[in-house]
Structures are given as C-alpha cells and as structure tokens.
Design a protein around this ligand. Structure first.
Ligand code: PLP
Ligand code: MG
Ligand code: MG
Length: 611
C-alpha cells in the first residue's frame, strides 16, 4: 500500500517572469485555490498520509504549509539555483521509507491520475497522457513491453511516441535508491529513463487525461480556461450523490471515506493488513489518550457491541452502578442484567442535569452490602441530546475508588475528552458517528495495563471479550475473528480526515451547525426538549408542534425528498423528533433543512395534502 508522496517544488519558475518571482509555481491559483493545495487535498483523499516536499526557490511558502499540515514535511535543496530536479528528488527522497508517488508541484490534474497509478499492480510506473497541445511537452518513447526508454522535448528525436510525460509517477524504494546512486543532478526524467535499462520501469497511458503543467503564462491561461473546466466536469460526473443524514449516526461521510472502501481484495491475516489495524487502533486511541499507555480494542460490530464488550469484560463481580437518564443508559442496565452482572440503577430525568450530589450518595451507599466497583454512564445521551458531565463524575469516582465506564458512542471524536484527566477507565465508541467512518466497527479504549490483565468471569461472552481480543492482537498482529476489511480501510481514511481537521475544530463545526439549527427553530416557533446550556450541540430533540395537520411521518418524507433525513423521538412521555448536526455537513446544509422544515409546517397548517 502506497502512503507517501514526494513533490518536486524547488523550481524557479523563470519562464513565468514576475509571477514566478513572487511565489513558487505551486502557489499559482486555479479555480480559487493554489494548485499545490489542491494536489495535497487529492493525495490525502487517496489515502496518502505523508508528503515530502522538495523545496528551494521561495521555500518559505512551503515551510508555512508544512507548519499547518501534520502530514507534510519539507526538505530543502540548498543548491536549487544551480541544480536540476534530480538533486531535489535526491534530498527529498532521503525522508522516504517506502514506495512512493512522485509528483511535480506545478501541475494541475484530474485525480483519476492518482487512482490509476495507485491501482496499477506494477511497482514502477510513469504516467503518460495522449496529445494535449499544452506546449513544452516532454515526449516519451516506450518499447512494446511498455518499458520507458527515451524522453525528449523534441519529438523528432524519438523513433515513436507513446505519450506525453505528465509529471506523476510511482517508484519503488529500491528503484529510487538505484536512481539516486547513479545520478546526483540533471533532470529526473532522464535519470528515470536511464534506470529503466536495469529496473522494470513501465509507462501507463491515460489517453484523455485532463491535466496541464504551468511553466509560462500561456500554460497558466490554458490551465485556467481549458484544463480546469474539464477537471471540474469529469470529477463531478464521478461524484457520489449527496444525501444529508441529520440522524445521530451513521453520519454523512465524505466521498473519500466512501471510496476508501474500494480496495483490492486483501486477506486480513496478512501482515500488511495487521499494520493497518494497528495504525487505525492507535489513531482512534490518540483522539482521547496517549497511544503508548492506552489502546483501542477493535471489534466487528455496532456501537452496542462496544458497550456490551466493555461491561461484560471490565466489570468483574461488581457491583456496578448504571446511570439511566435516557434510552442508552437504560440499555446499559439491560446489558448488565443480561450478562448477570450485579447491578443497581440510578435514574434521572432525561432532560435535566444529573444531580451529582445524589449520584455520589448512591455511589457511597453500595449495593447489597457491597461497595460499587464500577459506575457506567452515557457521555452524550443521544435520546435527547443531553450532555452528562463526565469529568465531574470521574472526579467523584476517583474519590470513592470506583472505575468509570463511559458510553461515548455519540460524543467520541467530537467532544474533546482526555481519558486520564477525566479519570475514565474505559470508553466505548464506534466508527460511524463523529468519526465519520462507516458502520461496523466497535471500539473500546482503555489502558494497556487494564486490557492485558482482563479475565472476565466465565459465561459473560466468548466473542465480546476485550482481554482476549487485546492479547491476541498484541501477540499476532491480527484480530481474533474476521474483521470488516473494507470498513477498516474507510476508518483509516476517516482518521486521516479528523487528524487534518482536529477534534476541537470538528466540534466547532458541528457547534456552528447546531447554532444555525437553533436559530432556525426559534424563527419557526419550535422548542427544544433540553435547556440550551445542557445540550450536546450534536443531537437536538425538538418538541413536536401542536399544530393541526402535523405528522412526523409526513415531515420525514417531505425532508427526505429534499435530501435531508431526520429521526423520530425516543422518549415515551414527551413527543419529539430529532435532528443531529454531525457528519460531513456545514451550516449551509442546516439552512437548507430549516427551509424544508418551514415549507412543511406552512403547508401542513394550510391543510395542503401533498405532504
Ligand atoms: N450508545 C449511544 C449513546 C448511542 O447513541 C448509540 C446509537 O445511537 C448506541 C449506544 C448504540 O449504537 P449502535 O446502534 O451502533 O449499536
Ligand atoms: Mg515543463
Ligand atoms: Mg514544470
């Protein structure tokens, strides 16, 4: 699996005159963005999580970019003014530890180029296009087997032409090292061709690829007027239809997360996949803890599997105190009962804050003459959107020496939380809510020391056993039972995307969506069930209007037809419906939803039957 790219970005852009003197060519803007920013975005969308940029001319622009983006490092070719692209490749490549994609920084391209190279089974491939008339073409000649053997800017130099050099290639580490050993300077194109005498370096032609290089003003005009509209048209033709899920998960995902599921068939018992699992588990852990002291145990299953695994594995003989202030707290009590865990329930109203003093006194009281060993609480009660104060509960658990187990299924990866600081022993989570991955992976995060020693009492669960799962993975680098391979690949991409966005920024984005929703509801005269200050900002329970003609099913269908999916309420005694503001959405989506909601309410009030 290729995960690294090298960008050649040292060039002086002398043919661009003053344009090239002001900024590196990668910072020329096409379609409202710097071409290098677009290139990086497309690389990340294709699972590349490490980009090394070989800089030189006006390197500070790239250094600033690397400062902002955790995946980007810059390596400078100090002699850029007197050396060629090969010298830049040689310094940049030193930071590369595996096979990589090699791109020039001054090209604009349809992302199909990346798809083609990443899916080509051969290790060394140079991408070619058909005729572009782009000016300054580098022509390529290959033999019948597709091995590259000559390049030239003068077409007449070549006996035959297989296509134009695009400036995107794939190289194995071994081939790269051989190239560096043989060439210290000159054009990297010629160095690659020379290496093809010994190493199998093939060409791959995409006849009609939309792409352009920008070395002079004519090429910049062509990039803006010809190449860019073509790229937009082609990429939009391949876009996946967007339906906005305003449901509390699975949440709306990005196209790149959806596409990450389309991978070559892969046996999950291969070491290659084990490395992906480890990376994914560490990435999940790092959102809430230090992955050296803590681990995420992954299981195939929905969120409930994580909650059940946590309760069944972490609570020994108990007793356990479960906080029930909504459907998911009640579900934990039911799971504990099903597992035969000695358990008491602390009930609290679903729309008001927990009485922490009352909870503490229940905790102190014990159960059947024994002190509680564990307390379980839902961080964010998805039933109503009510947030429970986990840090305050954690502090009380610390005082009483009780381990805290948290159902963080709907808060994880949005509401910043540090397990150690909040005194949380285990956190149950899933891939498909704020993480913006696909449904099917349950996870429990806790300390490595805890998982290493967990041996649940006999009869709890064979499959949902966190101790066995953790120890097996540590020993074998595999999951005990078949993992959902494609779902794991989507989670890997989702983690890349949350690392780029950051948990706090993601929560701020969701919060902006929520604030837009509350403004819209107020304008329509609708009320929320939970007071504003107690709301999670992730899920909002809305009181159903008393208006004649209103019906949830009709409202749901009306909104769904307009691209917005909403959720029914979950409280038996208070009629509500729910809108979640999580997933790959923006406040504009919420404005669209509020407009659809307003249309429905007005039509229903007038007794119009089309709804
Ligand atoms: N716990 C909480 C707080 C939830 O919000 C959910 C689902 O919405 C679950 C548990 C159960 O997750 P799943 O439906 O994936 O089993
Ligand atoms: Mg050129
Ligand atoms: Mg160039």
């Amino acid at each position: 699996m290729i995960r690294t790219a090298v960008l050649l970005a040292a060039g002086m852009g002398t043919r661009l005159g003053t344009l090239g003197a002001r900024r590196p060519k990668g910072f020329l803007e096409v379609g409202g963005a710097a071409i290098v920013a677009r290139s990086l975005g497309r690389l990340f969308a294709h699972g590349i999580d490490r980009v090394v940029i070989g800089t030189g001319h006006l390197h500070a622009h790239y250094d600033a970019l690397a400062e902002r983006l955790p995946f980007v490092t810059c390596v400078r070719n100090e002699r850029f003014a007197t050396t060629g692209s090969m010298a830049t490749l040689a310094v940049a490549g030193d930071a590369v530890g595996g096979d990589f994609l090699l791109l020039e920084s001054d090209i604009l391209y349809d992302e199909l180029a990346l798809h083609v190279l990443l899916n080509d089974p051969r290790p060394n491939v140079v991408l070619l296009s058909g005729v572009t008339d782009g000016g300054d073409e580098v022509w390529v000649e290959a033999d019948a087997a597709g091995t590259i053997h000559a390049v030239s800017k003068r077409r007449a130099d070549l006996a035959s032409v297989s296509g134009e050099w695009v400036g995107i290639s794939k190289l194995s580490l071994a081939t790269y090292r051989a190239i560096c050993a043989a060439h210290a300077d000159g054009d990297y194109e010629h160095a690659i061709v020379a290496a093809a005498a010994t190493y199998a370096i093939r060409v791959r032609t995409v006849e009609d690829l939309a792409w352009g290089e920008i070395d002079d003003e004519a090429q910049l005009r062509r990039a803006r007027d010809v190449v860019w509209p073509r790229i937009v048209a082609r990429e939009s033709a391949r876009a996946i239809r967007r339906d906005v899920l305003l449901t509390p998960g699975p949440a709306t995902t990005t196209d790149s997360v959806k596409r990450a599921q389309l991978v070559p068939d892969l046996c999950p018992r291969e070491a290659e996949f084990g490395a992906v699992l480890r990376e994914v588990a560490d990435g999940c852990t790092a959102l809430v803890a230090d992955s050296r002291t803590h681990a995420a145990v992954l299981l195939g299953g929905s969120g409930t599997a994580a909650v059940e695994a946590m309760l069944a594995s972490a609570v020994g003989d108990g007793p356990l105190l479960v906080v029930d202030n909504g459907a998911y707290g009640a579900r934990m009590a039911a799971i504990a009962d099903g597992c035969g865990i000695p358990c008491a329930v602390f009930r609290s109203d679903a729309t008001t804050a927990l009485d922490l003093a009352a909870l503490e006194s229940a905790l102190r009281g014990g159960h059947d003459g024994r002190p509680f060993t564990h307390l379980a609480v839902v961080h964010h009660e998805t039933t109503t959107g009510l947030l429970n104060d986990v840090a305050a509960i954690g502090a009380r658990c610390r005082t009483h020496g009780v381990a805290l187990l948290v159902d963080g299924i709907s808060s994880y990866a949005a509401i910043p939380l540090d397990l150690a600081a909040a005194n949380v022993t285990c956190l149950a989570a899933s891939a498909n809510k704020n993480l913006q991955g696909m449904a099917g992976i349950a996870l429990v995060i806790g300390s490595r020391a805890l998982f290493a020693g967990l041996r649940p009492p006999r009869g709890r669960s064979f499959y949902l056993n966190l101790g066995e799962q953790y120890r097996f993975f540590e020993a074998e680098g595999q999951m005990r039972f078949t993992p959902p391979v494609q779902t794991v690949m989507a989670l890997r991409q989702a983690l890349l995307e949350i690392r780029l966005e950051g948990v706090a920024a993601r929560y701020a984005r969701y919060g902006a969506c929520w604030a837009t929703l509350l403004d819209g509801l107020a304008a329509l005269g609708l009320e929320t069930l939970v007071p504003r200050a107690l709301q999670s900002r992730l899920v909002t329970a809305i009181r159903e209007p008393d208006q004649a003609g209103y019906g949830f099913a009709a409202l749901h269908d009306h909104c769904r037809q307009r691209g917005y999916t909403i959720y029914p309420g979950k409280l038996a005694d208070r009629r509500s419906f729910r809108v979640a503001t999580i997933g790959a959405i923006t406040p504009d989506d919420i404005r669209g939803f509020v407009a659809a909601l307003g249309d429905y309410l007005r039509a229903a009030a007038m007794g119009r039957k089309e709804y």
